[in-house]
Design a protein around this ligand. Structure first.
Ligand code: NDP
Length: 372
């Protein structure tokens, strides 16, 4: 059987460069011309709010239509995306560095640059911190918010890589196993539910508080698309199909975790937009009208993180239990979110003072009731 991944050559790097740059350029065109929902963001440090066009669902829809036409109409395979994985990875790193340098230079312009105070003000050279963490909160180019834009190559990039593993499996083994369908289906549902309520992104820490620099750019262009499909490397050559029982159990687990993750985030988003909005059909219970203690937020202070780690555990479980490597994916997200939870806890303690102490007493656990 031929190797799954091609070696890195000048030719494959050139192919990868076309793929990455073409993909980003097409998505940027989409940002300019596709229809979307107009939504107002949350207050910026200068008290103003920004208007966003949310066009992610249009991109996701069009990408799926294009994939369907390319596959069934023209017999085009996406397997080359997997074959060029390492070259794509290198090119994405180069683009991330170039993009960050561009942002740094762009942020140096005079006038309207708005910078956030993000808690990175400690020691270190100012230019290095500006490059790493960014020197502008929400740079905009040709009317497109660049930070929100970057979620498209990130999420649709991971989607394309996930889908391309299905093509690779079909070409290598002549079948697409049920667990590969599950892996693809879980990613589809995860992204669809993301795009259905894309406006939720406007309230996230990354959008409201982090400057846009190498850290976020690299996360979007490299970390997410190239690390998140990890389990597929162990699914692609696994030809023994999962049993119906395994598939049902896996799907139920995935849906439960997704419900917790999305449900908690959506409850918080609704509460922010309308503090009187009902939660699970009842008027919300709050602390000081500011912190929700009903619904998922009465069960765990970071229950949304628990749900998301569970979703990533489901991705890994699609690879079965005979290898440990796929589980590095949920483990890495768990570590990232534990660090994020501690950081957010400090932020909230500072912002809400005694109210936060009260919240910690009322809702004792962060992610796992009775454990953590
Ligand atoms: P959080 O979901 O942790 O939101 C924290 C903020 O929510 C707090 O700072 C506070 O903000 C507010 N808040 C906290 N508790 C309450 C409450 N009980 N009632 C009302 N408001 C509350 O962070 P993000 O919004 O940044 O993250 C969003 C999602 O993104 C998470 O579900 C996370 O799992 C996911 N994520 C995914 C990553 C991935 O790579 N897959 C990476 C990072 C995040 P305020 O001060 O405004 O009230």
């Amino acid at each position: 059987m031929p190797p799954l991944l091609l070696p890195i050559t000048l030719e494959s790097l050139a192919t990868a460069a076309w793929m990455v740059l073409g993909f980003i350029a097409a998505l940027f065109m989409g940002a300019l011309i596709l229809p979307g929902l107009d939504r107002r963001g949350y207050p910026l440090p200068n008290g103003q709010t920004k208007e966003y066009k949310l066009y992610g669902m249009s991109c996701f829809f069009l990408l799926n239509v294009a994939l369907g036409i390319a596959t069934f109409g023209f017999g085009i395979s996406l397997a080359p995306i997997v074959e060029h994985f390492w070259s794509l990875f290198i090119v994405a790193n180069v683009v991330a560095i170039a993009w960050s340098l561009g942002l740094y230079a762009y942020g140096k312009r005079s006038g309207t640059v708005l910078k956030s105070r993000t808690g990175h003000e400690g020691k270190g050279r100012a230019w290095a911190k500006d490059l790493w963490f960014g020197n502008e909160l929400n740079p905009t180019w040709l009317g497109v918010d660049l930070k929100m834009f970057m979620y498209q190559p990130s999420l649709l990039g991971v989607y394309l890589i996930v889908v391309s593993f299905g093509y690779a499996q079909y070409e290598r083994h002549g079948v697409i196993t049920p667990q590969m369908w599950c892996f693809f289906g879980f990613w589809f549902v995860y992204l669809f539910t993301h795009y259905v309520k894309e406006e939720f992104m406007l309230s996230t820490w990354d959008v409201t508080t982090e400057n846009f620099g190498f850290m976020l750019v690299w996360g979007d262009l490299v970390y997410v698309p190239f690390w998140y499909p990890l389990p597929a490397f162990w699914i692609v050559d696994q030809t023994t199909p999962f049993t119906t029982g395994q598939l049902v159990a896996l799907t139920v687990f995935f849906l439960l975790c997704l419900t917790i993750f999305r449900g908690a985030n959506w409850q918080k988003e609704h509460f922010r937009r309308n503090p009187l909005a009902k939660v699970w059909g009842k008027p919300p219970r709050t602390l000081g009208g500011k912190l929700l203690i009903s619904g998922w937020w009465g069960i765990g202070r970071k229950i949304n993180y628990t749900g998301e780690v569970g979703v990533y555990l489901s991705f890994a479980l699609c690879a079965g239990l005979s290898h440990w490597q796929p589980y590095l994916l949920p483990l890495s997200l768990f570590l990232l979110l534990v660090q994020r939870a501690a950081r957010d806890d400090r932020k909230c303690r500072e912002k809400y003072g005694p109210l936060w102490e009260d919240y910690c007493r009322t809702v004792k656990f962060r992610m796992l009731p009775f454990i953590y």
